[in-house]
Design a protein around this ligand. Structure first.
Ligand code: MLT
Length: 240
């Protein structure tokens, strides 16, 4: 796939270009796309991010074998099997299972990018693999950051920079170059950067600081998270 361009949208609510020729990666470093990468790396068959809690409940009613996970205000939901922490999905719980995840913000961002030619999910934990898979999806790439409560978030732009880093510099838009510069600034001490963000500070105050550390581990996973024809996301190893 000839490489042409990579751009970054800092908040999913902002205007998106036509996505029909574009490979889109959605990022919600804290915590949805980090957690989805962990769920799949721990052996789950597939994950479906859904925006609406009611839809998640309905799916579980129809198929009780599903694991229902997610949060509102960073807390697990009543009747759910798990929250939005990567530690909620150990291999012995998720192996071979399908997970439906709904979160405050990140899963809405994923739904917004549904019309894309190719869609993946990215985070610091799988940045290199996400970029490689994205370039195989289309030479025209876009990274959409979830942000936090409608605002640009430091941890998502950092992860966008980690992914854009693997695109040629001449393909980068100004927004991609800004994200790369931010990543370059914190590279080698990513936890220090991520933990200064507003959402990280909220999670740390709520006693969920371990998730912030988890989300700061660059390229812990060598596999990408890619949307399949049925809409579910699965793990794939990018071709080398
Ligand atoms: C979100 O989707 O808003 C986040 O993943 C929230 C969280 O940290 O659980």
């Amino acid at each position: 796939m000839p490489i042409r361009s990579i751009d970054v949208i800092y908040r999913w609510q902002d205007d998106l270009p036509d996505l029909t020729q574009t490979a889109v990666i959605v990022i919600d470093t804290l915590r949805a796309t980090t957690t989805i990468a962990a769920i799949l790396a721990n052996g789950a068959r597939a994950v479906l991010p859904v925006g609406e809690v009611e839809r998640a409940y309905r799916m579980k009613e129809q198929d009780p074998a599903l694991i229902l996970g997610g949060e509102r205000d960073n807390r697990p939901l009543p009747g759910f099997d798990a929250g939005n922490s990567p530690y909620d999905y150990p291999p012995d719980v998720v192996r071979g299972r399908r997970v439906v995840l709904t979160t405050t913000n990140g899963t809405q961002a994923v739904e917004r990018a549904q019309g894309a030619r190719w869609q993946g999910l990215g985070a610091l934990v799988n940045a290199r693999a996400a970029a490689a898979a994205q370039q195989q999806g289309s030479g025209q790439g876009l990274i959409v950051c979830a942000g936090t409560q409608g605002h640009v978030s430091l941890e998502d732009v950092l992860a966008a920079g980690a992914i854009a880093w693997h695109w040629p510099q001449e393909a980068c838009s100004d927004r991609a170059l800004i994200a790369r510069a931010l990543f370059d600034n914190w590279r080698g001490r990513l936890y220090e950067g991520v933990s200064q963000s507003g959402h990280a500070r909220t999670l740390i105050d709520q006693g969920i600081g371990a998730d912030v550390q988890f989300a700061s581990r660059l390229d812990m996973y060598k596999t990408a998270v890619v949307r399949t024809a049925g809409g579910w996301f699965e793990e794939t190893a990018p071709e080398s």
